[in-house]
Design a protein around this ligand. Structure first.
Ligand code: GLN
Length: 456
């Protein structure tokens, strides 16, 4: 009840949610009854979970922030949502996002603009801005987001919460409405590393409904945290930390840089051995990402033709029906991505763009592998700036895209990364949070959570 009233109090200013469930108290009551009957309950018992609206939930809207799916009520739960419910978590509602996850501010949602709880004149980041703002403002305890190129980590940084992007394949994508399938992952938000780890434990694991989900064993991420909490004076002694040189060069706000360097010296105090690492192909990640993500999205979104999927426009013939359904259903950012992707995949341009971007992707994967063979974790800012004003970059897509420079490489390499608050810069009424990004080897989320838990 406390969370629900808090949710309702903050919602007119923040607009984090596209839909709020009517069944929260009923579900909470039934979990309470279970406890009274001495039945076992899961580790999310009674915990309110926000779910990004591109993740399917039975009998609730699942719009992906798009008019084209405005009336869609899936007849099934995404595997991650099913698992949250099996752990006795309660889905409190569906959170706002950039249409189909395409954006970095949540301004490209077809329904509403979400505000940053630290300064409501600023963006919460994106595309999972609703999920990040909701946890930041304590409208729910934890939330699910998706991260194709940074959509969990960048809003976590802007809203001052913890955000985790798992290894590609760690969490089933079944029921996640596709943006770019080779990059998409479902990730977690929490107000602490421990909360985030509990949610990750709940949703991880192989799923026969997603052929790309991994059979890797899922460790109990939270029991590792308990032993990590038995602190010694240098609890991270021997941990090798590589600071990525290219992420602290030009283009990073000076306040962000000094805050992150402050966090790095804190890691040193905790016993870590620091070194500087170079990822020479780092700056190629951004163009490669936008070519690959747009290409995959142009293919994935071809299904919304008003016949197979999506709202159908009234039209006189079949071509007009396809054309009008798509013209009315998609917003301008999505249309731009479809055009860019179709161009990059077309005969004559494929070799120059798509194929080269794939080659860059291989280079990036190799340079991360080398750096992570020599280091336990790699460090960078989560974003080159703190949260900016609503509208500031809306009409300048290149400026907005370049804000993703810190995160996209990690998706191209399929690696896990944890973002956690590490300080503040000036701005807004009370300062603006800055996030630190820790990148780990594939399936090494346990280590990231342990280090993050000690750090916070
Ligand atoms: N901002 C990036 C994009 O627009 C990343 C989005 C995401 O991770 N879903 O593609």
């Amino acid at each position: 009840e406390t969370y629900l009233s808090r949710l309702k109090l903050a919602e007119p200013q923040l607009k984090s949610f596209i839909h709020v469930s009517n069944n929260v108290l009923k579900e909470a009551q039934s979990i309470d009854d279970k406890i009274k009957r001495n039945e076992n309950v899961g580790p999310l018992a009674g915990v309110l979970v926000g779910v990004k609206d591109n993740i399917c939930t039975v009998d609730m809207p699942s719009t992906a922030g798009s008019r084209v799916l405005e009336n869609y009520r899936p007849p099934f739960d995404a595997t991650a949502v099913k698992k949250v419910k099996e752990f006795d978590g309660i889905v409190v509602g569906k959170t706002n996002l950039d249409e189909f996850g395409m954006g970095s501010t949540t301004e490209s949602s077809s329904f509403q603009v979400t505000a940053n709880p630290w300064d409501i004149s600023r963006v919460p980041g994106g595309s999972s801005g609703g999920s990040a703002a909701a946890v930041s403002a304590r409208q729910c305890v934890v939330s699910l987001g998706s991260d194709t190129g940074g959509s969990v980590r960048q809003p976590a940084s802007f809203c001052g919460v913890v955000g985790l992007k798992p290894t590609y394949g760690r969490v089933s994508r079944y029921g996640l409405i596709a943006y770019a399938s080779s990059l998409d992952v479902i990730g977690c938000f929490g107000s602490s590393v421990a909360d985030t780890g509990i949610l990750l434990s709940a949703i991880s694991g192989h799923d026969r409904l997603d052929a790309t989900s991994s059979k890797q064993e899922v460790p109990d991420f939270t029991s590792q945290l308990i032993s990590a909490a038995l602190l010694e004076s240098k609890p991270l002694k021997g941990l090798k930390v590589g600071v990525i040189r290219e992420t602290l060069e030009n283009g990073v706000d000076s306040g962000v840089k000094s805050t992150v360097l402050g966090a790095v010296s804190h890691l040193e105090e905790l016993g870590c051995t620091l070194s500087e690492v170079s990822l020479p192909s780092f700056s190629l990640g951004l163009p490669a990402y936008y070519i690959l993500a747009s290409s995959e999205s142009s293919s994935n979104l071809s299904r919304y033709d008003g016949v197979r999927y999506g709202n159908q426009a009234a039209a006189e013939d079949l071509n007009a029906l396809y054309g009008d359904s798509r013209a009315k259903g998609f917003g301008s950012e999505v249309k731009m991505r479809i055009l860019m992707g179709t161009y990059a995949l077309s005969a004559g341009y494929y070799d120059a763009y798509y194929k080269r971007a794939q080659q860059v992707r291989t280079l990036i994967q190799k340079s991360f592998k080398t750096a992570l063979d020599e280091n336990d974790i790699l460090i960078s800012p989560a974003a080159p700036s703190a949260a900016y004003k609503i509208g500031e970059k809306k009409n300048d897509p290149l400026a907005m895209y370049s804000g993703d420079i810190m995160t996209v490489n990690v998706n191209l390499a399929g690696l896990p990364a944890l973002v956690l608050p590490c300080g503040f810069v000036e701005g807004g009424p009370v300062g603006l949070p800055v996030g630190l990004q820790m990148i780990g080897a594939a399936f090494d989320e346990g280590k990231l959570l342990k280090v993050g838990h000690i750090f916070e």
